[in-house]
Design a protein around this ligand. Sequence first.
Ligand code: 5CA
Length: 477
Amino acid sequence: MLPPKQNFSEWFHEIIQQAEIMDIRYPVKGLYVWCPFGFKIRQLVYSKLRELLDRDHDEVYFPALIPETELGKEGEHIKGFEDEVFWVTHGGLEPLDVKLALRPTSETAMYPIFKLWIRSHADLPLKVYQIVNTFRYETKHTRPLIRLREITSFKEAHTAHRSYEEAEEQVKEAVKLYKEFYDFLAIPYLIFRRPDWDKFPGADYTIAFDTIMPDGRTLQIGTVHHLADNFARTFDIKYETPDGDHAYVHQTCYGISERCIASLISIHGDDLGLILPFEVAPVQIVIIPILYRGREAQVEELSRKLFEKLKDYGYRVLLDDSDERPGAKYYKWELKGVPVRFEIGPKEAETGTVVISFRDEKKKFSLSFEEITKEKIEEWAKELKQRLRNRAIEMAKSKIKFFDNLDDLANWIEQRGVGFVYLCSSTECGEVVEENTKGSVLGRFEELPDWLEGFEYKGKCIVCGGEGYLTGVAKTY
Ligand code: 5CA
């Protein structure tokens, strides 16, 4: 049994184990094992991300070890990461001449090579990505899928362009791409421009996607950084312009980690277990034969016939003909988030019908074997996605409220969710908000989601009364 989702922290801790997503018993803090079922979800989710990126990025692989001399070159970057780096200091018993960092992210692995790859304007734009593991010596509370010391599926894209403006266009493209990805997963997000003190180390600015977890805290599920020519100057990445001059490139990078899986589990799941969108469910349809002694043959025959038909359609379908009782089977497949369940008992076998239910709804209904077509199933998948999206949006909305007073704001984010306020650009006013609420300023909206209405973008700063912008404040993971 799972604890109720209301106790989100325990629920999350339990569901990833009971649904066989992660094994959390690995003896190194912040490192976890992917179980076969969890890994299948990961593959399905990441194949979508790959599909989106493959449209106009090339996949590459850069090494996991970065020489200290390269990692330390960009001043801001190393300042941001120095207390998070794992170091390789020895080869066998020999101390290394130059210490090697396990990549916390790959700018400093890639950009010395970008310098060699980029010669002329014709080499631009350069758009590559890799899906690799990265290592961060996190000191905040580590948690499976959410805060890892080995991020096992870090999807990082890196691009280089001729100008600041072209790189800015790419930032917008990347935001569009991540929107498409999270819409595909039916996960609502808020898109903020992070305040200056919280941008990626070395970036000109950072755009972040945050989702609201069931306990009201936000989870940063993706970031897009405009790097301007900061790294290009450090790593001397120049190109020859059409008129023969030499100019620094402008760069962007953007990344998503397995937090996308954490949000998928957390936003859609319920007291019974996972609820997965059809496209990313390792088992999309389960068929459960209800056997009565003496009448097994007919039930088994129809079940098998249905199984073959669905397999031919190309679905990931499972016929659970194990010896367990039907109730135990329901329980197991609900826990694993199987979107569609078919039951076939003696009555169905006689009439050539099937009882159908969806993971996110209580009701059951019947269709004849012939009525179960590919079109029908596709329609169900779409409707399920819409229901998940609506439910998730309702949940998100219930956790958002506007404030013009710091005490009420502090209360709300402590107990409920995300507070919206107007805030000016000054660091001092931001600090006042963070100190008084014990929350984080997520930044001003880059764009308001279409499901949020009734908010004006500009207003008076909650601290100084100057010109302010609609800004999110929350407790964060
Ligand atoms: N090089 C850039 C773009 S790939 C970069 O490293 N950006 S980042 O630091 O913001 O990380 C990208 C995303 O990875 C974050 O938005 C966050 O969602 C996720 N992430 C960061 N640290 C962790 C961690 N310790 N565990 C899990 N996910 C993490």
